[in-house]
Write a protein that binds this ligand. Structure first.
Ligand SMILES: Cc1cc2nc3c(=O)[nH]c(=O)nc-3n(C[C@H](O)[C@H](O)[C@H](O)COP(=O)(O)OP(=O)(O)OC[C@H]3O[C@@H](n4cnc5c(N)ncnc54)[C@H](O)[C@@H]3O)c2cc1C
Length: 767
């Protein structure tokens, strides 16, 4: 290794070094260091990613996919642990007589050896502590190089080569035993627990590797006195320096919990060094900062500068990282994936005093999920509401019977905290975002890609809160990812991205304006009694006018009825009847609202909406509220084209004065007719428009299609034009049945059946 370190530092002879799997965070860090040292660095990966593009911007020669040609002429080839022997670049490098082939950790160990190396090791907290240590040394003027396992905004990047500094801080990965390769000047041991049991036999095996690192550390060995295994390995050594709550060389006392950060007094062997305000919350982070303080002190850093640096430390990405913060909600993301890490993170989250602590956990690796299921079940009791996704495999093969559901079951053994298995991470945010209430703190937890769910919710929540917050309180209500199956009479449909309920014309107009300016699609929905929403839900805002002016009905001095768009047809008919105004009885059995019925020009018993409309007030395409008289509006059979883009807000209707007895007679007749001719099961009314020549129901009946099914979707036996949901049907099943009927009618009867129901939304969720 000494020889390799010498080759790496020979500035007059830059090497050509190629990295296989360069886009991974550990490998990209190495590339940055090697480029900083003046070498010609190339790298390859399976696909081009944002990371590979970023690296190209700073000088990396990138190629994709992996190839033998990419390593041609390289002096050194470094490969990541994910690379298989049949990788063409790896195979070519192995064959070459002039190329030195290195594992990632071997290369890092050699680089570390060119400086006074500081290795931060331990089961939990390595990235935070190594970035904290690099940051405090830098702020104390030591100009360290660094290499850590994640992007650290405050450090600029996950790795940096510093030309002048004498120290290099590196996060030591214990997962595959390569920790034993390092011969650092100083080491830190944070904690040592049974982890990575896919590689290690047991805790003793892990202890051996840490002991070897301790043996190979020539300078100071900083360790946590609170951790029994670290204590056992280090305490008796001459070069050991301990930190902890009491009984240690460096201690923290008089701890003050500030929302989102903490303050404490640092003592060195009983003598007060000074106060620290740490920029990140949690007792575990106080311990991590003590490690950085003890180390920096050993390197001769001035405590005042160290304390100042800790106050500005903003934390690593994915380490209790705040993704969204408003007076109502907070979303935090954390990389924790081991029970102890989860426990510490949940405890920290509690110090922020949320009304409810909601957790989305993505288990990481099947082996860990299986081995530690019981512990996970226990620590997750620290939340108020838990969602668990499927396991992030991290290149492992699945283990039969092990999934996110394993942990939901484990939770049941330890308490009654509600937990839900949300297998698919791509749509998990729908259930969680929908469950969020003001005052909630949501944490996404896990080492895989669970943070993507938090990012999606954060982006959508920002828009939702803006839509609600820019209007006076009470004007608009709204929710994320409201299931449309709750708002359609067919009882199917995926979520609405933003479900918005304005209660005034002004609120409605504001929403339309807001969405148009930002390119957010807008849909307006009434009772959903003429809708089929696809299973992927509706992207954008779904506006449902209700409450306030939209739910009001009044009768004016001329006997005209004024009704808001959110009023049910049945209510309109009933109020009309109560005021001795007849002609609306046909509406009693139509389950829609005024807005939807105007758009559809709904009708029954030979009468349609626009026979009775006097004028309509609507919101036009430019966001202007206008009123138009009946004569100015073209109304067709089950279609008012003008209301396709303009939204009905309110309408005035006229009827005829009539006796209560006559009104009741027509009302009852309508009811009897419906009872006899329509199914009771969930439907959206008539599925197809009636072709001119023959009613759609009769065509379907004549082809013998009554009773046809697709899954839980069925053609009603009572009325051939009704496709019904027998309970639990998907939109896809209903659509498949509709297309089947259309195909048959076309081929067997030469009839084109056009759907009367409106079909909205996406086949698969894309938001
Ligand atoms: C059991 C049953 C029986 C039925 N019987 C009949 C019947 O006899 N006659 C009949 O005509 N229909 C019937 N229907 C269909 C349906 O009830 C009507 O079309 C109803 O008027 C739709 O109103 P809605 O509020 O449910 O509209 P929705 O289904 O919510 O929406 C329908 C369409 O109108 C649009 N829309 C909604 N609100 C507005 C607005 N404010 N401004 C502009 N566009 C808007 C929507 O975007 C959508 O395109 C029946 C349905 C069922 C389930």
């Amino acid at each position: 290794m000494i020889e390799l370190s010498q080759r790496l530092t020979e500035r007059s002879q830059p090497l050509h070094i190629h990295l296989i799997g360069v886009a991974g965070s550990g490998m990209s860090g190495l590339a940055l260091l090697l480029m900083g040292m003046g070498h010609k660095v190339s790298g390859s990966d399976r696909v081009t990613t944002a990371e590979s593009e970023r690296m190209q911007g700073v000088g990396l020669i990138f190629s994709s996919p992996h190839s033998a040609a990419a390593v041609k002429g390289a002096d050194i080839v470094v490969y990541s642990s994910a690379i298989q022997p049949n990788n063409p670049a790896y195979a070519a490098a192995k064959k070459s007589k002039t190329t030195q082939l290195l594992r990632r950790a071997e290369c890092l160990a050699a680089i570390l050896h060119t400086r006074k190396g500081i290795v931060i090791s331990g089961t939990h907290g390595k990235t935070t502590t190594s970035s904290m240590t690099a940051h405090v040394l830098r702020e104390a003027g030591q100009k360290p190089s660094h290499y850590v396992g994640a992007e650290i905004p405050i450090l600029g990047a996950n790795a940096k080569w510093s030309e002048d500094g004498e120290f290099m801080v590196a996060e030591g990965d214990e997962s595959d035993g390569t920790l034993a390769l390092y011969h650092p000047e100083h080491s830190v041991m944070l904690n040592i627990e049974a982890e990575h049991l896919d590689f290690y036999r047991d805790l003793d095996h892990i202890r051996e590797v840490f002991t070897q690192l301790a043996n190979q550390t020539t300078g100071k060995l900083v360790y946590c006195a609170e951790d029994p295994v670290a204590h056992e390995i280090c305490a008796a050594r001459e070069n050991a320096i301990s930190y902890g709550w009491e009984d240690a060389d460096y201690t923290a006392s008089d701890i003050r919990d500030l929302k989102g950060s903490s303050a404490f007094t640092v003592k060195r062997r009983g003598e007060v060094l000074g106060d620290v305000e740490l920029g990140i919350p949690g007792n575990h982070n106080i311990l991590n900062s003590l490690a950085a303080i003890a180390l920096a002190d050993s390197c001769g850093a001035d405590f005042t500068l160290v304390a100042r640096a800790l106050a500005t430390f903003a934390g690593a990405k994915r380490r209790f990282e705040t993704k969204y913060l408003s007076p109502n909600y907070r979303i935090i993301d954390d990389y924790g994936h081991h029970p102890s890490e989860l426990a510490a993170t949940l405890q920290t989250a509690r110090t922020l005093k949320p009304k409810r602590l909601v957790v989305l956990f993505q288990p990481h690796r099947y082996t860990r999920t299986q081995a530690l299921a019981d512990d996970f079940g226990k620590v997750l009791q620290g939340a108020d509401l838990v969602f668990i996704t499927d396991v992030y495999a991290a290149s492992e093969k699945p283990i039969k019977g092990i999934s996110g559901a394993t942990l939901v079951e484990a939770m049941k053994l330890h308490g009654d905290i509600p937990s839900t298995y949300v297998p698919d991470l791509a749509t998990a945010h729908h259930a969680i975002g929908h469950a969020l209430q003001p005052g909630d703190l949501l944490i996404t937890l896990g080492a895989g890609n669970v943070h993507e769910a938090g990012s999606r919710i954060a982006a959508d929540l920002k828009i939702l809160e803006e839509m609600r917050g820019l209007m006076p309180p009470g004007e608009i209500d709204g929710k994320l990812y409201e299931p449309m199956s709750r708002h359609t009479t067919l009882l199917v449909g995926g979520p609405a991205q933003y479900w918005m309920e304005p209660h005034s014309f002004y609120g409605f107009a504001f929403l339309v304006d807001y969405c148009r300016e930002r390119g957010i699609p807008v849909r307006v929905v009434g009772r959903g009694s003429n809708l089929l929403v696809r299973d992927g839900g509706i992207r954008g805002a779904v506006i449902h006018p209700m409450g306030g002016v939209f739910s009001e009905v009044s009768v004016d001095g001329r006997g005209h009825i004024i009704a808001g768009a959110g009023v049910r047809l049945k209510k309109l008919a009933s109020i009309a009847g109560g005021n001795g105004i007849g002609g609306f009885e046909w509406m009693e059995g139509i389950p829609g609202n005024i807005g939807g019925a105007l758009r559809m020009n709904a009708g029954a018993m030979g009468i349609e909406m626009f026979d009775q409309v006097v004028r309509v007030t609507f919101l036009d395409e430019d966001g202007v509220i206008r009123t138009r008289e009946r004569e100015e509006i073209v109304a067709k059979y089950r279609n008012v084209p003008e209301l396709r883009r303009n939204f009905a807000l309110q309408a005035v209707f006229k009827g005829k004065n009539d006796s209560a007895a006559n009104i009741k007679e027509r009302w009852d007749a309508s009811r009897e007719k419906r009872k006899a001719s329509q199914p009771i099961a969930a439907s959206a009314g008539c599925t197809f428009k009636n072709p001119e020549e023959v009613p759609a129901g009769r065509v379907i009946d004549s082809m013998g299609l009554k009773g046809s099914t697709c899954g839980k979707a069925t053609v009603s036996e009572v009325h051939g034009n009704f496709v019904v949901n027998q309970g639990g049907a998907s939109a896809l099943e209903i659509l498949t049945l509709i297309e089947f009927i259309q195909g048959k009618a076309r081929n067997e009867r030469g009839v084109e059946l056009e759907t009367e129901i409106k079909i909205l939304g996406e086949e698969e969720a894309s938001f």
